[in-house]
Design a protein around this ligand. Structure first.
Ligand SMILES: Cc1cc2nc3c(=O)[nH]c(=O)nc-3n(C[C@H](O)[C@H](O)[C@H](O)COP(=O)(O)OP(=O)(O)OC[C@H]3O[C@@H](n4cnc5c(N)ncnc54)[C@H](O)[C@@H]3O)c2cc1C
Length: 485
């Protein structure tokens, strides 16, 4: 054993040290334990706030009914942003095992509605068997709670409020041998005899990283405030390479200074009157373009969407047509609904009173409040209303059934920044979840799984992220328990 290793004072040791207790960290810990390793988990947040985006997600994963075709589907979804074939193969093989694995742990799983693939036009989409979830249900932290109970059953220790801060390496070999964390305000060092697994989630809450890698400024998040790119920076510090750092999912929604997280306005769809306008007051898109988890088919190509700040404009009729943000009985997802327990009002009035949504009796008054210059907003709405009257949107081809005019004052608006749902990129890893350096070599003793280093370089389908976190979390646990080169 190198001299340096012997001299370090360790507060704790285990075979595998897992950072983060979301889906990826939990899958790693359970699998590592079940393969005979002693596992300890360090979690940044308190027990009440732990679990990252997993806790506040839909918690449903896609049913991969044909791994061979799933390989083809993922290749198609990557488009020009190719992934190494061994990673694709491991993803296709392991995502097909998720349901069986969870059932093996005692979960009762079921189909959640009959979802079809979001990219039916792409080769391989026939592998997509819909959404599966705990009890066939979405949200309400059902998956997170199940994984936590499986961890408790095994006696795996989770040290909450213990954020990992730096990786400790052997100075001679460069191997990762532990983690330096903080606990009760003091340094806390944990030795990892076999490996450290980064499962710290994304970097959505790190303003500098979001600006530098995703090109978004001031975008609030939809999920947990815990994803601040800690694992990314720990890995960078010891020479890890990065992959697909510019990929993400954003969504239209309302930010508020009252919560660390924002609201996705999923209630604003289809046959309701509203337009999206740019900061100059002009429309720029078919507002009902099919959004496919962060991408949309626009001008014949898949684009990240929504990507730009925009104002959402609607009228009194739309205000009364139902909540902009679905209530928990319809869609129990998102930090504000599940952790802050905020229930959006039926008629959106409470949120207007709070000033989260701006109101004016006239379009010109609304434009002034939203700082839209000149009379552009009035002209835009007048033109849109004409399209509604003739049943044809000559500019963007919005579906006739959704062309509902904005006629009834008062008028309302909010600025969508947009809301950042998740980042996708992180430390580059291989099919064994091992982190790679800039020369394509594995960094011994270091693994990454889940959103800290998701597989997705470009488009992805619904339920792919939980599936990815579980799949590569398990792989990390297996490999770290019995490391091979
Ligand atoms: C509102 C919402 C709904 C979604 N719905 C779905 C869905 O239905 N299906 C789907 O497939 N995907 C969905 N997703 C995406 C999916 O939830 C995530 O991709 C997935 O849960 C990520 O799991 P993870 O374990 O990698 O990270 P997370 O679940 O984010 O967990 C990361 C953990 O690491 C902890 N942590 C962070 N830094 C440190 C540190 N320094 N030290 C120790 N711990 C640390 C965090 O506190 C957290 O507990 C949704 C996302 C959102 C925001």
């Amino acid at each position: 054993m190198p001299a340096m290793m012997e001299q370090l004072a360790w507060d704790l040791e285990a075979d595998i040290v897992v950072l983060g207790c979301g889906a990826a960290g939990s899958a790693t810990a359970i699998e590592g334990h079940d393969r005979g390793a002693e596992v300890v988990m360090l979690e940044k947040m308190s027990a009440r706030h732990a679990g990252g985006n997993t806790r506040v997600s839909g918690g449903i994963w896609f049913d991969n009914v044909d791994p061979a075709r799933a390989e083809v589907y993922l290749q198609s979804l990557c488009g020009r942003f190719k992934l190494p074939q061994p990673v694709i193969r491991a993803w296709a093989r392991e995502t097909a095992r998720n349901s069986e694995w969870l059932e093996g742990l005692g979960a009762k799983i079921g189909r959640h509605a009959n979802y079809t693939p979001e990219y039916p036009e792409l080769d391989g989409s026939d592998c997509y068997g819909g959404y599966v979830g705990i009890g066939g249900q979405i949200g309400n932290a059902l998956l997170f709670d199940f994984l936590q109970s499986a961890i408790r059953q095994r006696g795996i220790e989770i040290l909450y409020e213990t954020p990992g801060q730096e990786l400790i390496t052997d100075p001679e070999s460069g191997r990762v041998i532990g983690v330096s964390a903080t606990r009760n305000g003091k340094p806390f060092r944990v030795r990892a005899r076999r490996g450290v697994v980064l499962a710290t989630g994304g970097f959505e809450n790190n303003r500098d990283m979001v600006r530098d890698y995703l090109g978004l400024a001031n975008s609030p998040v939809w999920g947990s405030p815990a994803g601040t790119g800690d694992g990314h920076r720990m890995a960078l510090k010891i020479g890890a390479d990065l992959w697909h750092m510019d990929n993400m999912m954003a969504i239209v929604g309302v930010g508020t200074p009252d919560f660390p997280s924002a609201f996705a306005t999923l209630g604003l769809v289809g046959e309701k009157g509203y337009v999206f306008v740019g900061l100059d007051g002009s429309r720029f898109v078919d507002e009902n373009v099919q959004i496919r988890h962060g991408h949309a088919l626009i001008h014949g190509r898949y684009e990240l969407y929504p990507l730009q700040q925009a104002h959402v404009i609607f009228d009194e009729r739309t205000r009364r047509a139902g909540p902009l943000v679905p209530q928990p009985e319809y869609m129990p997802v998102g930090w504000n609904l599940l952790v802050e327990n905020y229930v959006w009002s039926d008629d959106n009035q409470t949120e207007i009173d709070k000033g989260w949504i701006v109101k004016s009796d006239t379009l010109s008054g609304l434009a002034a409040k939203l700082r839209i210059p000149g009379d552009r907003l009035e002209k835009t709405v007048a033109l849109y209303n004409r399209y509604c009257a003739v049943g044809e949107d000559e500019q963007f081809g919005r579906a006739p059934a959704t062309l509902i005019p904005l006629l009834k004052p008062p008028f309302y608006g909010f600025t969508s920044s947009p809301i950042l749902a998740w980042s996708n990129g992180g430390p580059r890893r291989n099919e064994n979840s091992q982190v790679l350096n800039a020369f394509g070599e594995t960094i011994a003793g270091l693994y990454a799984a889940g959103t800290v280093s998701s597989t997705y370089s470009w488009c992805k389908d619904g339920g792919f992220h939980i599936a990815d976190a579980l799949a590569f979390g398990r792989i990390a646990g297996q490999h770290a328990a019995h490391p091979s080169p």
